[in-house]
Write a protein that binds this ligand. Structure first.
Ligand SMILES: NC(=O)c1ccc[n+]([C@@H]2O[C@H](COP(=O)([O-])OP(=O)(O)OC[C@H]3O[C@@H](n4cnc5c(N)ncnc54)[C@H](O)[C@@H]3O)[C@@H](O)[C@H]2O)c1
Length: 344
């Protein structure tokens, strides 16, 4: 396949590029580098003419640029990772989120539909589209009501609606447009060969934040709320290893039927904040300082996936479900690259 990977210079997108290259596909990564890094593109061989990876710097919202890329590289498949993805920032700067995630996303879809070769489209959606699931809906199935509690979650849900309508219209015209909307839970860990890693600035995800504390890059880690109705009083989340997540994309590319399909991608069980911090302590051997604080507005008590639909329909199941195993891959890259990609 000739695959366009938007957001290819970011954390998950770069892992997708690596996996697609290993499987023999030709890859074009499009990224405006607002949050991504040039370094993973170099590490994957974008500067080497013998490697079928091209890096294009630009926005998915630039319709002319995208149309040119689709045409020049005969793209038949699109993996759309590009987005702004901080819940808190989306609350304080919602217009930027609607502009980058929705307006630019629609421009990308528009160019894809105008290009007759594009047949498969995989979209990075999020469990944030579910908001706080009602009682009895955890583990969360795809049929859970989608009532996002942040502008970020709403931008992802809006793109789901856009894709549903576009796939429907393509079906009316007799065009086979295959769309998979993958609702990720918390993505964690890194490439097990140690080349790629997670480098967000600022970092807000719990595992890398705790590892930064173990590396002495922060003086403590805060727990927001210790009085939740869970076994140890802290919130519970589903952590899926990034390479398993990418495998789910590959299953979607290879097996999804024409039309639009939504799948949860998670391991199907939750780990509490305290369990994650204990795991980071075990793996790193460092006794990180933990400060307990009050609950944070908007945090759901427990959010973990019911991944049975993707297993039944696409045959995907997470291969790594142990927290220490996920944390070990993250620790390996971050301890070898304490300044992230900026450290070279
Ligand atoms: N990391 C997670 O746990 C998680 C969970 C659920 C969903 N997601 C979704 O997965 C996707 C990838 O997340 P990530 O963690 O790799 O984030 P990331 O910030 O590392 O990667 C996103 C990439 O998109 C690029 N980008 C942003 N706007 C762009 C635009 N208009 N045009 C071109 N490039 C643009 C950024 O520069 C960045 O490289 C996002 O869509 C995110 O919403 C991530």
């Amino acid at each position: 396949m000739n695959v366009l990977v938007t957001g290819g210079a970011g954390y998950i997108g770069s892992h997708a590029c690596q996996r697609l290259l290993r499987s023999g596909h030709t890859v074009v990564a499009l990224d405006n580098l607002v949050r991504g890094h040039r370094e993973p593109m170099k590490l994957l061989g974008a500067d080497d003419p013998s490697v079928p990876l091209t890096f294009v710097e630009g926005s998915v919202g630039d319709g002319g640029l995208v149309a040119g890329v689709l045409d020049e590289h005969a793209i038949d498949t699109v993996m759309h990772f590009a987005a702004l993805a901080y819940v808190g920032e989306s609350v304080t700067d919602p217009v930027r989120y609607y502009r980058e995630n929705v307006r630019a996303g629609v421009a990308l879809v528009d160019a894809c539909v105008a290009s007759p070769r594009v047949e498969r489209f995989v979209f990075s959606s999020s469990c944030a589209t579910y908001g706080d699931p009602p009682e009895g809906m955890v583990p969360v199935p795809e049929t859970c009501p989608q009532t996002p509690t942040s502008p970020y979650g709403r931008t992802k849900l809006m793109m789901e609606h856009v894709l549903k309508d576009v796939a429907h219209a393509c079906g009316l015209e007799g065009r086979a447009f295959r769309v998979a909307m993958l609702r990720y839970f918390n993505v964690a860990g890194s490439d097990r060969t140690g080349v790629l890693g997670e480098d967000h600035t600022p970092e807000t995800h719990l595992i890398p934040v705790a590892i930064q504390a173990a590396l002495g890059k922060r003086d403590h880690v805060s727990i927001f709320g210790t009085d939740y109705p869970t076994d140890d009083g802290t919130c519970v989340r589903d952590y899926v290893h990034v390479e398993d997540l990418i495998d789910a994309h590959v299953c979607a590319l290879e097996r999804v039927d024409p039309g639009v399909h939504a799948y949860n991608v998670g391991i199907g069980r939750g780990y509490s904040v305290r369990e994650v911090l204990e795991s980071v302590k075990r793996v790193s051997g460092v006794d990180i300082e933990i400060r307990e604080g009050p609950r944070r507005a908007g945090d759901a008590v427990a959010l973990y996936a019911d991944p049975s639909r993707i297993h039944a329909e696409l045959g995907w199941r997470a291969s790594i479900t142990g927290l220490d195993e996920i944390v070990r891959t993250a620790w390996a890259w971050m301890s070898a690259n304490p300044d992230g990609y900026r450290g070279g």
